[in-house]
Design a protein around this ligand. Structure first.
Ligand SMILES: Nc1ncnc2c1ncn2[C@@H]1O[C@H](COP(=O)(O)OP(=O)(O)OP(=O)(O)O)[C@@H](O)[C@H]1O
Ligand SMILES: [Mg+2]
Length: 244
């Protein structure tokens, strides 16, 4: 138990199918994520990482267990309240970006803010600031189709941050990227961590894992190993070793 847990799961379960086809995708997970902590979750394909992230982000309902955000239970919330929590408190970065093709980079970032009731002017300002932070100020009027994979993912990260979420959840944020784009996105996440954002990142990339505060290994829907990683110097060292 951490006093300042932003996100907490207890006895979390998700089952699919039944009888002989029953899959225990998430099988009794306990997790406390502290404010400002960066947690990386690794494990073999099919071990339940995405399912866990979807439960933590309120995108899917659990079969059992409890979930809370900043001390407030959300596994029992109505759809309406859950939708509001997702919009205001959670930033989700999907592996496949999920940008709206017809909207520019800036409009994609503004959209969740507008849906949350932020004025168009303030939403525009936030989007411009965030695109600047992710190094895409000069691409704000581009459609996603005119951006590289790494640039699209950076827009998706900016969008995830626009409502100033309590926690950012990212599912394989470098999964579809070539190595240069991966390095960009890796640096971006390391920057978020150093700026005090709370992060839960599912990844196959050992370099992302190495820049987190805590590394959790999943197998068959459960946590089987947990490592606390050391200080910032080692992290910066590992980043410096990334090259171009
Ligand atoms: N909608 C669903 N219906 C039935 N089974 C599902 C469903 N979604 C996931 N599963 C099963 O649950 C298990 C966990 O899936 P999940 O997508 O969470 O794995 P993962 O760790 O994210 O894998 P990967 O690394 O390949 O993305 C898998 O065995 C998968 O087949
Ligand atoms: Mg997955």
């Amino acid at each position: 138990m951490t006093a300042n847990a932003v996100l907490r799961a207890a006895g979390l379960r998700k089952e699919y199918g039944r009888g002989a086809a029953l899959v225990r995708a998430v099988d009794g997970v306990d997790l406390d994520v502290a404010a400002g902590e960066a947690v990386a979750i690794v494990g073999a394909s099919g071990c339940g990482k995405s399912t866990l992230l979807h439960l933590l982000g309120g995108l899917e309902r659990a079969s059992g267990g409890e979930l809370s955000m900043a001390g407030e239970r959300f596994d029992t919330m109505s759809e309406t309240r859950l939708a509001r929590l997702r919009r205001n408190a959670i930033g989700f970065v999907f592996q496949g970006f999920h940008l709206v093709d017809e909207l520019t980079a800036a409009e994609n970032v503004e959209l969740p803010a507008l849906l949350a009731g932020v004025s168009p002017r303030a939403a525009r300002r936030r989007a411009a600031d965030l695109l600047e932070r992710v190094g895409l100020a000069d691409r704000s009027r581009h459609l996603p189709s005119a951006l590289s994979g790494g640039q699209r993912q950076r827009v998706a990260v900016a969008r995830a941050l626009v409502n100033r979420p309590l926690v950012v959840l990212a599912d394989e944020p470098t999964g579809n990227l070539d190595s240069t784009a991966t390095t960009d996105v890796l640096r971006l996440f390391d920057g978020l961590r150093r700026n005090g954002h709370t992060l839960v990142i599912v990844t196959h990339d050992s370099r992302i894992a190495a820049t987190s505060d805590r590394l959790i290994t999943m197998r068959d829907g459960a946590f089987v190993d947990e490592t606390r990683l050391g200080g910032g110097a080692r992290r910066l060292g590992s980043l410096a070793g990334l090259g171009g």
